[in-house]
Design a protein. Structure first.
Lengths: 323, 323
DNA sequence: CCGCTATGTGTTATCGGTTTCATATACGCC
DNA sequence: GGCGTATATGAAACCGATAACACATAGCGG
């Protein structure tokens, strides 16, 4: 069943059928004739043929570092909640934190001729910039700031800063910080810098070195908490780059009979479910992950429609959560 | 840059270039000539045009109820880990637990002419069966058993049965069960039935009624635990259909100063990170979610290659986890 | 009543490949 | 040498839509 068959059955030309589906000018009479045939046959135009001719795939490509993660899961759900209402579909690629793959998938999307790309990024290398520059379609970056590109990101720095200040307000003096890799500019560098600047502003510049870097897993949080405690005697507050790490820290503290919050106050960041099920619950920071996904698609849609977008950078707020 | 341009530059026909990319018979000389031109120009055949002609999109559609969920996230990662190594791409749709949407997306995939579909399902309605029957491409179902279809699922029943038995072995007598909706045959019905049969086999058939149904959230687990405790006085063990619910239960118990595990032993199912960060950790069941995703894609690939698949149903094992 | 624009409609080229078909050449064998 | 078979190759049809173009008709102002 192709457009020509339908045209014959309705006694019109194939162009008329095409116009029927694309809001072209068409007399009432023919519209009715075509509608009847379409209903009878259940005919739907071939997406492939349309794509070949129009160069529009109605697909957007989304690249994420992983998907089994609370924060990224929320971003993806935000993206899909908007896409669901549109005629667009989503191609998803997961890089498993491999920057090489990130570049590969962007190229694959290029070949597939997706109409646009959303990149949930962690680090940027020269290779990234090169591939991004060559992409002939609009891109929106989520979670990181990259100069010259449309991006939606979080105020990691101030959130971390405020969180650290809060620890001082609660009377904690000897803070430690469990960090993510510095090459991750947002979750790694910015959050750590917030901690550093806050302790400096409080006149405790010596705390800046009270840090250890962990991976984004509970197990790593557990292990690195041990290292941090060994390194910094007398710690009474622990701030972590993510809730996952903080949950690992809680495990460690409990096993080693260090009382939370009496002896040690613990905070994570991300406001995940996990932060609420430890005992006691973590102090944490709510970043609007789902919202960032939503905004990213909306920006992308604007780019797709108008070829340009006034708001190029969106920094989202945060909220400290104490249960 | 299309195939004709390349052909001209290499001094051959467009058919020769097509054969070059499709392992057709071609003389060394021409192969070399084409290779040079392709390298110089960076030419890549248009996926759209290929698709139009061959009817193969090299895309598979994946439908999931949600993505910000530990178990489903793992399934999706399993799927992608295999897809990454192939030339296939993944179209992802999220139904937000709306069976209506499930049907919609299957149709959308149909139109997009994906080569195959993986359906991570929760419930099956008559509408599901109808749409599935009309799908002209292979389908693999994950997480549920559906007669007549290729499916990969878990032994929910025996896992839940064994878990319940374990509670008796640990000397618990008055058990309660926090269930999922019964129309979810796997997580809802099968797990509950495992509980029921186990308590009956232990001569405690009266416990069968000690149940309340909760949603897949921490908050719901919290709330329904209250209801369950009000309903069943003297409970000393609580088994939940999922870790998420169980984490909510832990919250409730802690707030109401009910000692875990002394007064109340608590178990979840799913072996998520969340089960390991409550204090104390939950008893839980490990289902191989990632593996189920992997197997599903592998079955689908087999179906794509041979049009048929010998192993139609795969039931995966489980392992009870006590930390 | 003429010419101009606006609208409706069909014809046909086009998007960029793959595949069929016909033809050409080389090879092996009787 | 003749014939069957295997391999190499290009011309052209084809996949199923859209869009440029041509043309017809209608409405309208002068």
């Amino acid at each position: 069943m192709n457009i020509v068959d339908i045209a014959k059955m309705a006694g019109v030309s194939s162009a008329a059928v095409s116009r029927y589906f694309n809001n072209g000018h068409l007399s009432e009479k023919k519209q009715e004739a075509i509608r009847r045939v379409v209903e009878e046959t259940g005919y739907r135009p071939s997406v492939q043929a349309q794509t070949l001719r129009t160069k529009k795939t109605k697909m957007i490509g989304v690249v994420v570092p992983k998907v089994a993660s609370a924060s990224i899961g929320k971003i993806v759900e935000g993206i899909l909640s908007i896409l669901n209402e549109s005629e667009y579909q989503m191609l998803l690629a997961v890089t498993q934190n491999n920057p090489q793959k990130e570049v590969e998938y962007l190229s694959a999307f290029h070949e597939r001729q997706v109409d646009g790309v959303i990149l949930v990024a962690t680090v940027f290398t020269a290779a990234h910039r090169r591939v991004l520059k060559e992409l002939p379609v609009p891109v929106v970056i989520v979670g990181q700031y990259l100069s010259g590109y449309c991006c939606v990101f979080h105020d990691d720095y101030h959130a971390s800063y405020d969180l650290t200040k809060l620890f001082f307000e609660k009377g904690r003096k000897k803070l430690g910080y469990l960090s993510a890799l510095q090459k991750d500019k947002a979750v790694g560098a910015a959050r750590y810098k917030g901690f550093c600047d806050a302790v400096r502003d409080m006149g405790c510049a010596d705390l800046v070195g009270n840090t250890v870097t962990a991976a984004f897993t509970v197990a790593s949080g557990y292990e690195k908490t041990g290292e941090l405690l060994a390194k910094c005697a007398g710690m009474d507050g622990l701030i972590c780059a993510t809730d996952t790490m903080a949950a690992g820290a809680m495990q460690y503290l409990q096993e080693h009979h260090i009382a939370v919050p009496d002896t040690m106050l613990v905070a994570g960041q991300g406001d995940s479910d996990m932060a609420r099920v430890t005992a006691p619950p973590l102090i944490t920071v709510h970043y609007s992950y789902e919202k960032s996904g939503v905004l990213a698609v909306q920006m992308l849609m604007e780019l797709l429609l108008h070829e340009e977008c006034v708001t190029k950078e969106v920094k989202l707020g945060y909220r400290i959560v104490e249960l």
